[in-house]
Design a protein around this ligand. Structure first.
Ligand code: ADP
Ligand code: ZN
Ligand code: ZN
Length: 702
């Protein structure tokens, strides 16, 4: 007897084929079973999906094709996991096939059933070495009073929690202790810890392995996009079979199969890298909260500067809601005697024109370096100079393919477009007029590094050698392992002064850094992007948090955060000086409420790319018309704004345009978007000049 099965396959995001297909099978296979099925002329990985067989399948029975084989050495995926995929696909307006199959390790697609079986057998043999007792000499610090209070709440209440703890307040220690409790309570329990960047997983992994050695080597796995396909499959299998008790990963790990999940930690939950920015644009943080509810896993969102969305949900009084959605826990103090850095502002209006590094800041750096302390200088622009410029004719180093300038990199004398990667060597003379005198405009990290080396060239290290000035940015760390190597040099004290982009402000522990300086953060104060101040505040507070983590520092070594600004009295800096995130958040949320911006409204973007702006606009305008017709008929309060070119309008000869959709009701926005999908697919076939389109739900950058 032949059974009919619903099978999900990976279909392109917006193909009409976005539900499961019907196949035949000799055996009944439970939903969640991985199978291989024919699709057109090829063979593909599929997933038996729950639901009723559509009536139409009966008539087409003769056309139905059989399942080729079931990967039944791998246990089926759970109902919870499939529900998570279904929710994510619906919420982020993608096909469930794309989400579900896209989140599986790629090797599952490529290995034969036999190869998989061998792999699983090998794993089973290895796994027979069981847990060792916890080593007696394990040094676990007693919790501070603040940590103890937080841990008490975590064990008494379900959450979700926002853990607002200053940098160095011992949040990671809380995660580890809570994880230990959860793992001890239930021999099957699994814990997921998310970190924003691949670079931060090794640090956390070391700490976790030290703490949980008794669980055995195989009980702790990492998951991130930097792993080889074989490593990814291994980690996935460990998590799926329950062998892995602790999964550490970046955003993609939130989509992994973790059947006995009991605790999810989202560290640095404010970090924008939790939002996937291409393909299926999901927020791993938001999915973590949803997944927690689904699987009854406790969720902890930790940060010194929580996202305003999470903060808002943890505020006491939200109109229309009885209790805050998230429980807020606070750890304001640093562990030990380490104090929070002092903020110093330099009013650049009072400095000579064109000053890059002001005299008082330079003096402070010298003092630190003389005392053998380290200095960290932040600048948000890599390269030597953002533009090359001819003084004679006004030529600038525009990228021929993008609406952007190519950046001058002095180290290899190249002009590089940071958007399409076009790289050419620097012209000897102006390409437009032949003038030999072309100059660099503006400053990037390379140029600041050079400038600081000049300013400090009279200084020496105690051994008589010149100062070590280093730079860490996307350019300096291109090679594999480079970042780790360079960070190690900083940790070892080999470096006196470090210049870096925001890359260095995240998570790294620089014990001997006692002065952090932001040279030119003003841009974000008046940006058109309403999230710019939130990001700047987080960056500066996190960067300041890199400093002075060494409890052994004495009082006169107290750390400092320097900011050079033309707006020293700006409220953002006032809040920063007080280390008053709550005050800053309240002020920002008030402004957002007045302007009707998120989290007080819900947004989505429709983006279109085409060879011309007209073509992209044509599609978007047609979409707006059809969408508005429907909204009017439903009398639904969703606003579709006019299409505008994206701020970076052209990249690699493709014109980009977008349209904002906004509503005060998340439900209304969701209903509209799911209806609109169909319109957009229809319109797409009429607007052939459109290269691609995409919907971004809860966009971070507008
Ligand atoms: P955060 O994650 O909030 O930045 P960490 O958990 O990394 O903070 O803690 C900062 C430092 O304080 C680390 O060196 C950590 O080992 C130490 N620490 C944390 N909790 C304690 C404690 N209860 N007793 C002693 N040291 C602690
Ligand atoms: Zn010229
Ligand atoms: Zn370009």
């Amino acid at each position: 007897m032949q059974h009919k099965l619903l099978v999900l396959v990976s279909t392109p995001a917006y193909s009409r084929l976005n539900g499961p297909l019907v196949y035949l099978s000799d055996q009944t296979l439970p939903p969640g079973t991985l199978v291989r099925v024919p699709l057109g002329a090829r063979e593909t990985l599929g997933l038996v999906w729950p639901g009723d067989i559509p009536a139409s399948a009966a008539e087409e029975a003769t056309k139905l094709r059989p399942v080729l084989e079931a990967l039944d050495h791998i246990g089926p995926l759970t109902a919870h996991w499939m529900e998570l995929m279904g929710f994510a696909a619906a919420y982020y307006q993608r096909s469930v096939g794309e989400f579900a199959l896209g989140s599986l390790p790629p090797q599952l697609r490529d290995l034969s059933n036999l190869q998989l079986e061998r792999k699983l057998n090998k794993r089973a043999k290895r796994a027979s070495n069981t847990e060792a007792p916890a080593p007696a000499n394990l040094q676990v610090p007693a919790p501070t009073p603040e940590q103890a209070l937080v841990l008490q709440r975590l064990s008494a209440e379900q959450g979700p929690f926002v853990l607002h703890g200053n940098t160095g307040s011992g949040k990671t220690e809380v995660y580890l202790r809570r994880a230990a409790e959860v793992l001890a309570q239930d021999a099957q329990a699994q814990v997921l810890m998310l970190v924003p960047e691949i670079n931060l997983t090794p640090q956390l992994e070391d700490r976790v392995r030290q703490r949980f050695t008794h669980l055995g080597d195989d009980a702790i796995v990492s998951m991130h996009s930097g792993m080889t396909p074989a490593q990814r499959l291994n980690s996935w299998l460990s998590a799926h079979t329950g062998q892995a008790r602790l999964v550490l990963g970046t955003r993609l790990a939130v989509l992994s199969s973790i059947p006995h999940l009991k605790l999810i930690v989202v560290d640095e939950e404010h970090d924008p890298s939790y939002k996937q920015q291409e393909g299926a644009r999901y927020s791993a943080r938001d999915l973590a909260v949803y997944r927690g509810q689904l699987q009854h896993a406790q969720v902890i969102l930790g940060s010194a500067t929580p996202s305003l969305e999470s903060w808002h949900h943890s505020r006491a009084a939200i109109a229309g809601e009885a209790a805050p959605r998230y429980i807020r826990l606070s750890m304001p103090s640093r562990v030990g005697s380490a104090s929070l850095p002092q903020l110093r502002r330099v009013d650049m209006g009072q400095q000579p024109r064109k000053t890059l590094v002001s005299a008082p800041l330079l003096a402070a750096m010298r003092e630190r370096i003389t005392r053998r302390e380290q200095v960290l200088v932040l600048l948000n622009r890599r390269g030597y100079a953002p533009v090359l410029h001819c003084h004679a004719c006004g030529w600038k180093s525009e990228c021929p393919h993008c609406s952007a300038y190519r950046v001058f990199h002095k180290s290899d004398r190249s002009l590089r477009c940071h958007h399409c990667s076009l790289t050419q060597s620097v012209p000897r003379a102006c390409p437009a007029c032949g003038n030999q005198d072309i100059g660099a405009l503006g400053h990037g990290t390379e140029r600041i590094e050079e400038h600081l080396a000049e300013l400090l060239q009279d200084m020496q290290r105690p051994d008589g050698l010149p100062l070590r000035i280093a730079r860490i940015d996307a350019d300096s760390t291109r090679g594999k392992g480079e970042l780790v190597r360079q960070l190690a040099e900083v940790h070892d004290g080999d470096v006196d002064l470090l210049v870096g982009t925001q890359m260095v402000a995240k998570g790294h522990d620089f014990r001997r850094v006692t002065l952090v300086a932001a040279l030119n953060p003003d841009g974000a104060l008046f940006s058109a992007d309403f999230r710019a101040p939130e990001r700047l505040f987080a960056l500066l507070l996190q960067a300041a948090g890199r400093a002075g983590r060494d409890a052994a520092l004495t009082r006169d070594q107290a750390c400092e955060m320097w900011v050079q600004t033309f707006h020293p009295t700006h409220p953002l800096f006032e809040s920063l000086k007080q280390h008053d995130f709550a005050g800053f958040a309240e002020q920002q949320l008030t402004e957002r409420q007045q302007a009707g911006l998120p989290p007080f409204s819900f947004q989505a973007l429709l983006r279109a790319e085409a060879r011309t702006q007209e073509a992209a606009h044509g599609f978007l305008n047609a979409a707006k018309l059809s969408g508005e017709d429907w909204l009017q008929a439903q009398s639904m309060a969703v606003t579709v704004y006019p299409a505008v070119p994206m701020s970076l309008q052209r990249v690699a000869d493709v014109e980009r345009s977008q349209m904002l959709v906004e509503s005060h009701s998340r439900r209304a926005l969701q209903m509209f978007l799911s209806h609109w999908q169909q319109d957009l697919q229809d319109l797409r076939s009429q607007h052939k000049a459109v290269i691609r389109w995409a919907i971004d739900v809860d966009p971070l950058v507008i």
